[in-house]
Design a protein around this ligand. Structure first.
Ligand code: HEC
Ligand code: HEC
Length: 369
């Protein structure tokens, strides 16, 4: 027997032993780690989210409110793969049934669409990952076993590639409006992104607006659920925080930092607005614009996610009533209708304003000539 032959025999035996050892570890280790942690069904997860009133639950309710027709379509949706069945009309509202269905359908399409090719779902205890994924101070723990012992992680979606950011703390990062715009075309929110757009999760509603369809609504509900168990109220830390940083011209660094750290900022500014209103007798349009997060997408003179205020003011010049009607949701978009899907969720905010406030907001926008 030659020397090389003996060597390859040893290597073969060693290889087989390593293989058996790895095989043993990969089923034995999880068994020991997870043996005292009960495995949760999707229904358990939903009951927990609703009992604790997590952001996942409030975000799902928001989606249902913004896109009632897509919720109806979700109730009618059937899928042999996940085993979801129809939900009757009188039960078709945000409740434990529809929420569980959305998570199942969303998870199914996340897997089928291969989102895990680019996104991991595990914050590891290395390389400051707690700072990179999630928001420090809001969600700052590394991943732990009980997060994964449920039906939405069977098989686990840890992933191996990170072309995009880790998503297991996504609930702490962006709000519903951002997700709706991003999934349709990531370039709307993330200049230079190489994530593909997923327009087949969208449809046109009866007014011709592009809205998430039943699968899109579910996929977004699922993404917003990720990490929601880690996120504790107050909940005003998401997109607005970043927006203030990039979009408030003239804000000093100290002010920006203060805004970012103050989660209850919207309430505070709202209170301030009230005080000022009492003082001046008139609501302040600029303050409403900033406190409602409009600055996230609208700059004074340059187009960013949304058109610049200057462009909007030009399109609505001499048409204040029409602008107010748009903010009430009673007028079609005229500035950039193709991107209306991005703006649409914001109308929930402007519709909730008082007539006086809306008028002040319109005047502020029109002052950008
Ligand atoms: C080709 C790789 C790729 C695929 C496939 C992909 N993404 Fe992404 N994704 C990225 C990149 C890169 C970013 C970061 C830039 C951006 O925000 O678009 C990102 C960002 C995101 C974000 C925001 C993360 C954050 O915290 O900033 C979410 C949410 C997201 N993707 C969801 C999805 C979903 C859902 C799918 C499947 C339908 C998907 N992605 C498929 C590459 C990908
Ligand atoms: C997530 C990004 C985003 C946020 C936040 C946002 N907008 Fe927009 N907005 C857009 C986009 C994109 C358009 C272009 C589509 C369109 O013209 O409707 C737009 C368009 C508009 C228009 C022009 C409407 C027209 O006739 O086309 C007005 C007015 C407007 N936004 C006001 C606001 C106000 C007020 C707020 C704050 C309550 C706000 N936006 C928040 C993205 C956003």
């Amino acid at each position: 027997m030659g020397k090389m032959e003996r060597f390859s025999f040893v290597a073969l035996v060693a290889g087989i032993l390593f293989f058996l050892f790895a095989d043993f570890i990969s089923w034995a280790l999880p068994m020991f780690v997870l043996k005292d942690i009960p495995k949760k069904s999707v229904e358990d997860l939903v009951a927990e989210a609703m009992a604790k009133n997590t952001t996942a639950w409030s975000d799902f309710k928001k989606l249902a409110r913004y896109y009632p027709d897509s919720l109806k379509a979700l109730c009618a949706y059937e899928d042999a793969f996940t085993g979801v069945t129809k939900i009757s009309d009188n039960e078709c509202k945000p409740n434990e049934k529809t929420f569980a269905k959305a998570l199942k359908v969303g998870h199914r399409w996340y897997v089928a669409e291969g989102c895990w090719n680019c996104h991991s779902q595990m914050v590891r205890p290395v390389s400051n990952e707690t700072l990179r994924f999630g928001i420090p101070g809001v969600s700052n723990s590394v991943s732990y076993p009980s997060e994964y012992n449920n039906d939405l992680q069977a098989p686990v979606l840890w992933g191996t590639k990170r072309v995009g950011p880790d998503l297991i703390r996504e609930a702490a990062v962006h709000d519903v409006g951002w997700q709706v715009a991003h999934l349709y075309n990531p370039l709307y929110t993330s200049p230079g992104s190489n994530m593909p757009g997923y327009p087949w999760y969208y449809t046109k509603d009866k007014n011709g607006n592009i809205v998430p369809n039943e699968r899109g609504l579910s996929l977004i509900a699922y993404v917003m659920w990720l990490g929601s168990w880690e996120v504790k109220p107050p909940k005003e830390f998401r997109i607005e925080a970043k927006a203030v940083e990039t979009a408030t011209p003239g804000a000093t660094e100290a002010e920006t930092a203060k805004e970012e750290k103050a989660p209850a900022k919207t309430e505070k500014v709202a209170a301030a607005t009230k005080e000022e209103k009492a003082a001046a007798g008139k609501p302040n349009g600029q303050q409403i614009f900033q406190s409602k997060g409009c600055a996230a997408c609208h700059q004074a003179a340059v187009d960013t996610v949304g058109p610049s205020l200057k462009k909007i003011a030009a399109a609505y010049s001499g048409k204040k009533d029409e602008l107010i009607a748009f903010l009430k949701g009673e007028h079609d978009a005229i500035v950039d209708p193709a991107k209306f899907a991005v703006m649409q969720p914001q109308l929930a905010t402007t519709k909730a304003l008082s007539d006086e406030e809306r008028e002040a907001l319109a005047e502020f926008i029109l002052s950008h000539k």
